[in-house]
Design a binder for this molecule. Structure first.
Ligand code: UDP
Length: 411
């Protein structure tokens, strides 16, 4: 059997005070859950921690269970060569140049076929997340199960070598879900495609409210001067998150914002072998700068504190499926300077669009503007919180997923 991830319990009723008062979303979730009671769902991905997918599943799975369906989360197992290949797939599907070798195809197929042998065939519906386990459906013989491929990355302009290899596997699914409509690759032949944006869990250790005192005391404990301005980027150590671009922008901004500090906070996911190498490079660059901090594998509460205690959050991605870190920061009313790519503009509409950047120079300029104008920063932070409350809380995602399950089961 594929390893099952334990997620604990969550109670939908606790979310009522957080969603908009006029919103009937919890009632709709309960009604859909009652309709679908008894359905057995399994989400499959490749890592229990690090990155956005794990973050989503930790909250969605217990909430789906609370709504009345039986939801499990399982992960595939793979060795380092497999995860090297799939990390290359991940980059290539977001548009990086890449030549896929016969050995790499073989490593991918071998791992997926082995994992498929350990699949429980009693599920009514299986949602496979991202490219790593995409060929599971091909190698599985569970005929009664509905299969959905859930793609979290920007596949609008995929490397053709990799996409042509994966496409036939994806086309065996009953349906596919992408984060944005524009990510659906051209010529994908599949019965149906949906676009669903992710969301954040306001009750999780990452996002729940914290005592102000805890935030104030925390920064000095981490070696940071709480009396000087601080900018933070929270991201896996990944070239698409552009850590060196962030450092450059910080250095340029520091010419105008005296005493500016930058913290780059990252995690090392088990399915991301590239991360360690990039972390080492970032640490080498940071070595001579006492105001440039690099932290990794912090706890969720520590990330929460950083997202609250920082004056601004930067998410200067060059490609980004969605960018949960943006909604996480905005929920805490912290303004975000974000890359004008992928799912970031979707989260930063209205006045927040002013803070979208396409270059190091623009990033520098927005950092300086926000740090020189605290009233504006506060106003944009508050606007951000409203947007998240309206569109990007986990209850909306659970509702969308239940609608999706209903649709798939009725087909
Ligand atoms: N994250 C974390 N610790 C870190 C770096 C990231 O917990 O050191 C979390 C972050 O808070 C967010 C998720 O990992 O919840 C990253 O999701 P996002 O959609 O921003 O990017 P992805 O990693 O999926 O590309």
């Amino acid at each position: 059997m594929l390893e099952k991830i334990t997620v604990g319990e969550k109670n939908l009723a606790n979310y009522r005070p957080m969603v908009l008062t006029e919103d009937q979303i919890i009632d709709e979730i309960m009604a859909l859950g009652a309709e679908l009671r008894g359905i057995r769902l399994c989400h499959i991905n490749s890592t229990p921690y690090g990155g956005g997918v794990a973050e989503l599943l930790y909250s969605c799975i217990p909430l789906l269970n609370d709504a009345g369906i039986t939801a499990d989360w399982r992960i595939i197992s793979g060795n380092e060569p497999f995860f090297k290949v799939t990390k290359n797939f991940h980059n290539a599907l977001q548009g990086a140049e890449y030549w896929l070798s016969a050995e790499e195809k073989e490593a991918y197929i071998k791992c997926n076929s082995e994992n498929a042998r350990h699949l429980d065939s009693n599920y009514d519906i299986i949602i496979v997340n991202d490219p790593q386990p995409a060929a599971l459906r091909h190698f599985s013989n569970s005929q009664q199960t509905k299969w959905i491929w859930r793609c979290h990355i920007d596949t609008s302009n995929p490397n053709q070598d990799v996409w042509q290899f994966l496409k036939p596997y994806v086309e065996e699914y009953d349906g596919a879900v992408f984060t944005l409509e524009q990510y659906v690759p051209a010529n994908l032949r599949i019965p149906w495609v949906e676009a669903i944006v992710p969301a954040i869990d306001p009750t999780s250790p990452k996002n729940r409210g914290l005592p102000v005192r805890q935030c104030v005391d925390f920064l000095p404990d981490m070696g940071i001067d709480a009396n000087r301005p601080l900018a933070v980027q929270v991201s896996r150590f990944d070239p698409w998150k552009d850590p060196f671009g962030v450092i450059e922008a910080y250095r340029m901004a520091k010419k105008e914002i005296q005493g500016l500090q930058l913290a780059l906070i990252g995690s090392l996911a088990s399915d991301d072998p590239e991360g360690t190498q990039l972390l080492e490079k970032v640490e080498a660059v940071a070595e001579d700068d006492p105001d440039l901090f690099v932290f990794y594998n912090l706890s969720d509460i520590e990330i929460n504190v950083f997202q609250r205690a920082s004056n601004i959050i930067i998410q200067k991605s060059l490609r980004e499926g969605f960018g949960l870190t943006v909604s996480e920061a905005l929920w805490k009313s912290t303004p975000v300077v974000g890359g004008k790519v992928g799912g970031i503009p979707r989260q930063m509409g209205g006045e927040l669009a002013e803070l979208l950047v396409g270059s190091v120079e623009e990033c520098t300029e927005r950092i300086v503007t926000l740090l020189q104008n605290r009233a504006l920063a506060r106003e944009l932070g508050a606007k951000g919180k409203e947007r998240v409350q309206r569109e990007f809380l986990i209850t909306r995602l659970v509702r969308d997923e239940l609608r999706l399950i209903k649709k798939a089961m009725l087909e």
